[in-house]
Write a protein that binds this ligand. Structure first.
Ligand SMILES: C[C@](O)(CO)[C@H](O)COP(=O)(O)OP(=O)(O)OC[C@H]1O[C@@H](n2ccc(N)nc2=O)[C@H](O)[C@@H]1O
Ligand SMILES: Nc1ncnc2c1ncn2[C@@H]1O[C@H](COP(=O)(O)OP(=O)(O)OP(=O)(O)O)[C@@H](O)[C@H]1O
Length: 320
């Protein structure tokens, strides 16, 4: 029997994401929009721990735990149950989630927890599945879930679930403005985007990723990356959450190289070139921008990773 199977618990850390580019194409018959997006995993992490148990349960703690469901609607629980069903695992797990990723913030926190639960349970049950083998099941749980299995920077197509890695070197410095109010509902923001487009008589074409952004990422030219950030949901997010216009303007006035609403919002990501510039921008935003939580982070970072097996003799760490 493998070490993993003997273990009493497995802990995984999983990052949130921002979208460096989100090109929204036509609404499909299945209710999803065709996308061309560039996902970018950033260093704000949830931790998921799974322990064998007689019945399924979820406990949520941490700074952003408020409002996360602890019943059957929890995405991490859904992911663990789906994996058990798919591979004929009997028995259950107790899930413990330490939440740091904003909820309904456009950073795919629920999707991250689903990806984290898949990786944790895969390890606990000794299934020997690669990330690629987990992808099809991940895609049934949400369009962003496959990306969080891999992390890094990747182009997403289809409804966001088909991935191709993007080559880049070095690290980007980000300052995030996070709403300390309520978040935004993803379906509501897509619907608002459709409404605004229809009202403007906009012709919606098949989405393609921008070569300029991919080129800028290859050399990690911060100013060029900043100039090519784009999100077609931004207008809709600002329409539903008007303070975002002020947030975007405040960060750009304070010297950010670029600013973009992440995914369906309302989190806003500002790109700067150095850690010192990130500190300056955070201080400026906290003092002069609209009220919100300001966080500094970097990307790209790896996707869901096992960090600890808790065995009969105590914890065994895998990464720092
Ligand atoms: C906004 C993004 O975060 C950008 O990466 C994603 O597109 C949203 O991904 P997600 O939260 O995993 O979304 P899902 O759980 O798959 O879908 C939730 C809802 O969002 C809308 N949705 C999502 C993805 C997509 N390509 N088109 C859509 O219109 C649909 O109304 C769908 O019912
Ligand atoms: N483990 C979880 N963590 C956070 N939210 C969860 C979780 N499970 C279910 N949810 C529900 O999912 C909804 C969306 O939460 P999430 O934090 O993933 O939004 P989001 O970051 O805006 O999503 P995305 O960026 O993928 O569009 C919330 O209403 C929340 O109630």
């Amino acid at each position: 029997m493998s070490q993993a199977v003997e273990s009493r618990g497995v802990s995984v850390r999983v990052p949130g994401k921002i979208n460096l580019e989100l090109v929204v194409g036509p609404l499909r018959d299945d209710g999803y929009h065709e996308l061309a997006t560039v996902f970018h995993a950033v260093g704000i992490y949830d931790h998921i721990t799974v322990t064998p148990a007689d019945r399924w349960s979820v406990q949520v703690t941490g700074p952003t735990a408020a409002g996360v469901p602890t019943g059957p609607g929890n995405l991490a629980l859904k992911a663990a149950k789906a994996l058990a069903r798919r591979y004929g695992i009997e028995g259950a797990v107790a899930l413990s989630i330490e939440k740091n990723i904003p909820v309904s913030g456009g950073m795919a926190g629920g999707s991250a927890d689903a990806a984290g639960a898949l990786v944790a349970c895969e390890s606990l049950w000794g299934l020997q599945l690669s990330r690629d083998e987990l992808e099809p099941l991940a895609a049934t749980l949400g369009s962003d879930v496959p990306f969080l299995l891999h992390g890094g920077t990747a182009v997403g197509s289809g409804r966001g679930e088909r991935l191709a890695p993007v080559l880049s070197r070095g690290e980007l410095q980000w300052v995030l403005w996070v709403s300390n109010d309520s978040g935004l509902s993803t379906p509501a923001v897509y619907a608002e985007c459709d409404r605004l487009r229809e009202a403007a008589g906009e012709q919606v074409v098949e989405p393609t990723p921008s070569g300029d952004l991919i080129g800028a990422l290859r050399t990690m030219d911060t100013e060029a990356v900043g100039a090519t950030l784009r999100n077609d949901l931004q207008g809709a997010a600002c329409s539903l959450y008007p303070v975002l216009d002020e947030v975007l303007e405040a960060g750009l006035t304070l010297g950010a190289h670029g600013a973009v609403v992440s995914g369906s919002g309302p989190t806003v990501a500002f790109l700067v070139s150095t850690q010192a510039a990130a500190i300056d921008l955070s201080v400026g935003l906290a003092a002069r921008g609209p009220a919100g939580d300001i966080r500094r982070t970097t990307g790209p970072v790896a996707g869901a990773q096992v960090v600890q097996h808790v065995g009969p003799t105590g914890p065994q760490n895998f990464t720092g």
